[in-house]
Design a protein around this ligand. Sequence first.
Ligand SMILES: *Cc1c(COP(=O)(O)O)cnc(C)c1O
Length: 383
Amino acid sequence: MSNAIPFNRAFLTGKELGYIREAVNAGHISGDGVFTRKCQSILQDTAGSRQALLTTSCTDALEMTALLLDIKPGDEVIVPSFTFVSTVNAFVLRGAVPVFADIRPDTLNIDETRLESLITPRTRAVLVVHYAGVGCEMEAILALAHRHQIAVVEDNAHGLFGRYRGQPLGTFGQLATLSFHETKNVSCGEGGALLVNDPTYSERAEIIREKGTNRAQFFRGQVDKYTWVDLGSSFLPSDLLAAFLLAQLESAELIQARRRRVWTNYQRELAGWAGREGVRLPVVPAHCEQPFHMFYLLLPSLAERQALIAQLKAQKIMSAFHYVPLHLSPMGIRFGGRPGMCPVTEDVSDRLLRLPFYTELSEDDQARVIAVITDHVSLRAAA
Ligand SMILES: *Cc1c(COP(=O)(O)O)cnc(C)c1O
């Protein structure tokens, strides 16, 4: 009997425990130790951002962006409905009203052509999510935001190492966030980072991350005692987690090379079948470099997707649908969400299926996944 193939499996480089031992031996296991500084420096170099601050999660980094932008009750933020709840919730926690935007049918990113109609005098920010690490149309989005004096925040949880017109994702908005959750390309279990691209937010970002105190300035000798100066919370991870993360960041090239192979295998082996069955594979425009975060299929219908999930599961292969439209969630409905509001999101959400995708997915296991899919008798063919 063949082995089970999970949807995701954490990748270990082998250096994680050694670094954690080093952090323990160095006696600094709280935040902002030597491993945190090393990770931040690598992130500044690879992400090309002025300032990277490790956080306990991408969710926390998003909450920091809402604090940094001084979001107040009644402020509006434009968000894609097709995203993870944290993108929106971080702003709703400050009293913001989410305004749900639909996505483009090709990249499944926020539809920049429909943004202007959603802007009102209360709009404070637009949140963009680079779905599957494929860049949103940042040129148009930045021009629009500039014209209306609203901030741009990139939820770049999928997009570390991705580029748009040659420029790293996470460097376009005033602020951007990263995730190092177990399911992301580079991970420390739970973790994230805030990227500060606009230096006017730098000093406050450090303060908010350190419980609203000027502790970072104190440690740099810039002030002689530290005290409560602003709102804040505890957003910094233990150096033990940073030690784990450093091992992963140092292996980024290997991780990315393996993931590229997995992605291109799926693309090559499924293209013919997809064409025959009316299934759409991911679209990566020529001006976008993607970081091979996931591989998805867009099946012709909800029924066909559910049938394929069941057929894969019968062979012990786990696949997963993705975001349920936020505007149709119980919380989204409280903010005025209703069916038909984001038609592309509603349609895609029913038909999208993510295939097993992880750094160490073996060629044999991947071949099994591909065989089940290409042998899959579609409902239309059976009808
Ligand atoms: C994973 C993810 C998050 C949340 O990341 P955490 O680090 O688990 O808080 C937020 N947004 C998107 C788009 C994600 O994929």
